[in-house]
Design a protein around this ligand. Structure first.
Ligand code: NAD
Length: 248
């Protein structure tokens, strides 16, 4: 198993990509700290992991709050004795509107969760990894390197995640902490399925040369590789997994 006895923290693990990642990590032998703002969904992920014979516990945390991030890392260390892997995945889509009409509070919320949330994660995860080393995977998006209309906050937040990933990776490259970002194309999760109708989903499919949207499990496989020792020479990188979206 790739992550035997490793301690792995996953934010936003109550749904979609985070849930698939937490479950895959557990199947690969990790002890998983499942975190989400939703206690109901996070607990369901833990139940699923335990049903499959894995080890996990739930910590409720709002990624946009520094104190929640600090307490989350502290609980991981207290329960499992350290922190080897962190996946900063919690994120929201935010309102859809032209930049010239964008709700200011909506902008702030997206930046708080999607960008500041990743910084707060790094801020407390890195100190917990300094002694033994570790790996961190930040979930950006294809919109971390290209743009779409009507989502200026999301696009800016994800470009920010890619830059923050590189900046932090440089600082810790020689301190045994590798930090990378993943750029999913459109994935069939509640974030996408609940915000778009059928015609909008069909036109999204057309943007992916592979001819379909992605599955959460397909992103989890890339996150697993980046979190594991298999990617030992990889740091400061941004890896799209997008069915060819960015190749066009
Ligand atoms: P999702 O909505 O299925 O899951 C997101 C999870 O994050 C939910 O369980 C939610 O409760 C949690 N969450 C929301 N706000 C939070 C907060 N403040 N603190 C803690 N948890 C919070 O979404 P998903 O599609 O699995 O998205 C996961 C990540 O992947 C996000 O960062 C998203 O931007 C990114 N992403 C998704 C897609 C896609 O097409 N689905 C594409 C590119 C990137």
């Amino acid at each position: 198993k790739l992550l035997e006895r490793k301690v792995a923290l996953v934010t936003g693990a109550g749904s979609g990509i985070g849930k698939a990642t937490a479950e895959l990590f557990a199947r690969e032998g990790a002890r998983v700290v499942v975190s989400d703002i939703s206690e109901v969904n996070g607990t369901l992920t833990v139940d699923e992991i335990k049903k499959q014979g894995g080890e996990a516990f739930f910590v409720k945390a709002d990624s946009s709050k520094p104190a929640d991030n600090e307490a989350l890392v502290a609980q991981a260390v207290q329960q499992y004795g350290g922190l080897d892997i962190a996946v900063n995945n919690a994120g929201i889509g935010g309102p859809l509107a032209l930049t010239g009409e964008y709700p200011v509070d909506g902008w702030q919320k997206v930046i708080d969760i999607n960008l500041s949330g990743v910084f707060y994660g790094l801020r407390y995860q890195i100190p917990a990894m300094l002694e033994k080393g570790g790996t961190i995977v930040n979930i950006a998006s294809i919109l971390g390197s290209t743009a779409t209309k009507y989502s200026p906050a999301y696009v800016a937040s994800k470009h920010g995640v890619v830059g923050l990933t590189k900046a932090a990776a440089l600082e810790y490259a020689d301190k045994k902490i590798r930090i990378n970002a993943v750029g999913p194309g459109y994935i069939k999760t509640p974030l996408v399925l609940e915000s778009l109708d059928k015609p909008a989903l069909d036109s999204l499919v057309g943007l992916h040369p592979i001819g379909r949207l992605g599955e959460a499990g397909e992103i989890a496989e890339l996150i697993l590789w980046l979190a594991s020792g298999k990617s030992s020479f990889v740091t400061g990188a941004y890896y799209p997994a997008d069915g060819g979206y960015l190749a066009q």
